[in-house]
Structures are given as C-alpha cells and as structure tokens.
Design a protein around this ligand. Structure first.
Ligand SMILES: C[S@@+](CC[C@H](N)C(=O)[O-])C[C@H]1O[C@@H](n2cnc3c(N)ncnc32)[C@H](O)[C@@H]1O
Length: 291
C-alpha cells in the first residue's frame, strides 16, 4: 500500500468512501510508514478531521464522508505519515487533568513526567502556599499541573526558549491557572527564592544518542529540549543555592542516570534522597530535601 494509493482513494470525485474504509486505508498507510500505533493514530486523526469523539466512529462505520471531511482527514494522515508526532498533528494533548496545546515549539509532555508531578505534589502536600519553580517548563505542563492540583501553590516556570515560553503562555491562558513565566538560562543560576520546591524535567538525552532516536522525536521535537550537556547537574547545583531550608528538589532523568544523580544529591548534602520508578518500571525521578 503506497501513500499514493491512499491519496487516490481520498481524492474528491472518486465516489463515496465510508468511515470504516477510511480507517482501514489510513491504518494500512500509517503502518507502512512506520507508525507503532497505526490504528489508534487513524482513529484519532479521523475523529479530529470530522469533529467526532473517537468512540463515536464505532457506531458510524458505514457513514460516508463528505468531500471536505475526506480532504481534512487526508491532510492529517499525510502529516502523520511523514512521522510528525500524533500529538503535534492533533495540536493538543492531555497531561494529568489538563488538555494543553502542543506543537513544535516545545517537547510533548510525557507520561513519565506525570510521575514527577505526583512526587512534586507529595513533597509540598503539607504547605498551604508553597513557592514552586519549574526549571525548563516547555509547554508549561509541570507548572500548570502543580498549580491545578495544589491550589494555593505559587508557581513559576522558567525556560530559555522564547518559542517554548510563547507556547507556555498560551497554555496559561488556555487553562486560566496562575503560573508566572520567566525567561532565563538555567546555566546562569536559578532565580532567587527561597523556593519550597524546585522541580525539573531538564534535557537529559546524551547528544550521541540523538541520531538513534525514533523519527518522531529526532526530526520533530526541539533538540534544545532533548539534550543539553550538564543540565541535570546545573539544575541540582543551582537549586541548593535558592531552596528554602527543608525545601525539596525533584528531577526527572534518563534511564540509567538515577544512580549518578542520587550521588550528586548526597554530595550536595540533600537529605531524604529517594528514587521513584515510572510506569514502565524504569528509575526516573530523583528527589531530596535541603537540610
Ligand atoms: C525535556 S524539556 C521539558 C519540558 C516540560 N517541562 C515537560 O516536562 O514536558 C526541557 C526544557 O528545558 C528547556 N531548556 C533547555 N536548555 C535550557 C537552558 N539552558 N535554560 C533554561 N531552559 C532550558 C528547553 O527549552 C525545554 O523546554
């Protein structure tokens, strides 16, 4: 099955085509183009193109699509076939309890980062108005989720990317949550606190590993969000200088990096150092408290 054959079947003027048929053709096409989840992608893209919930497609398999619906579906499938991430094609993605705008300006929020948020919330659970700093906020996902789930938290998200900050500002407006944004390079130190919690999902992919990443990540997500040599250490060292006494630090790191990061936390004399696994069982989040 080639892209052209799907394209031809989607062309206006070639007769009607049903939802079920479009799903079948799109799934075959996306599988041939290397998607790991072709059927799911096809369903979500078609649902978006024709303004239905994905579940509603199942009761409408025989319904013919109009020509404008076909054209819209065809455009979205063609984007995904070029290995653009499903999330960017859809233009929004769920994170914790929020629906956020996502596009090429920032990293797509990941499920493992929801675990980081869970730990972050636990670390400030006893505080009524914790001052929270999210370092490398990207789309704003972590900062916004904390503001959403800990009303009273006073949250700032910082990033050095103007594009990411513009997207984060759109998500602040979209959610209506009280998050401040700041433009800053984390390698120049973190803003004065004292902060009750510093949380970060910094760029932690080794530069040498970038070429081996799947095309959706390697060719579409900002490399400055994926990899920056020394970022984890810079966040940890910067954090101890501006954390309140008893304030907590929680950082997400790559597979195989928790041991070194926990060692760094000990070296920085943080207490209660703890590692949490993600949903795949990979050690992912390192936390500690300033004494
Ligand atoms: C892995 S992404 C995390 C994005 C978001 N917090 C999330 O979890 O989805 C890392 C973020 O750090 C930002 N970043 C990279 N280098 C930075 C630097 N030197 N100073 C500040 N932010 C930086 C990137 O722009 C990117 O938004």
């Amino acid at each position: 099955m080639t892209g052209d054959s799907v394209g031809a079947r989607f062309q206006p003027g070639t007769g009607t085509v049903s939802i079920g048929e479009v799903l079948r053709l799109s799934t075959e096409h996306l599988a041939a183009k290397g998607s790991d989840t072709p059927r799911l992608d096809a369903e979500r893209l078609l649902a978006k193109a024709i303004g239905l919930e994905r579940i509603e497609l199942y009761t409408a398999f025989d319904r013919p699509l109009t020509q404008p619906e076909l054209a819209a579906a065809r455009e979205l499938v063609a984007r995904r076939a070029r290995r653009e991430p499903l999330q960017y094609v859809l233009g929004e993605w769920g994170f914790r309890h929020l629906m956020l705008t996502v596009d090429r300006r920032a990293l797509i929020p990941r499920p493992e980062t929801e675990i980081l948020v869970e730990r972050a919330l636990a670390l400030v659970a006893g505080l009524e108005r914790p001052r929270v700093l999210d370092v490398g906020t990207g789309s704003g996902a972590i900062a916004l989720a904390i503001a959403d789930e800990h009303p009273g938290a006073v949250v700032t998200g910082l990033d050095s990317s103007p594009e990411a900050l513009a997207l984060a500002a759109e998500n602040v407006a979209r959610t209506g949550l009280p998050v401040e944004l700041a433009s800053r390079d984390l390698f120049e130190g973190l803003p004065d606190g004292p902060w009750d919690l510093i949380v970060s999902n910094p760029p932690y992919v080794e530069a040498a590993d970038l070429p081996g990443l799947q095309p959706e990540v390697r060719d579409w997500e900002p490399h400055s969000a994926l990899s920056a040599d020394g970022a984890v250490e810079a966040v940890a060292r910067g954090a101890v200088a501006v954390l309140a006494q008893g304030g907590a630090l929680a950082i997400e790191v790559g597979a195989g990096q928790t041991g070194g990061t926990a060692g760094l936390f000990e070296e920085l004399e943080l207490s209660e150092v703890r590692v949490t696994r993600d949903l795949s069982g990979i050690e992912r989040v390192v936390e500690g408290r300033r004494r």
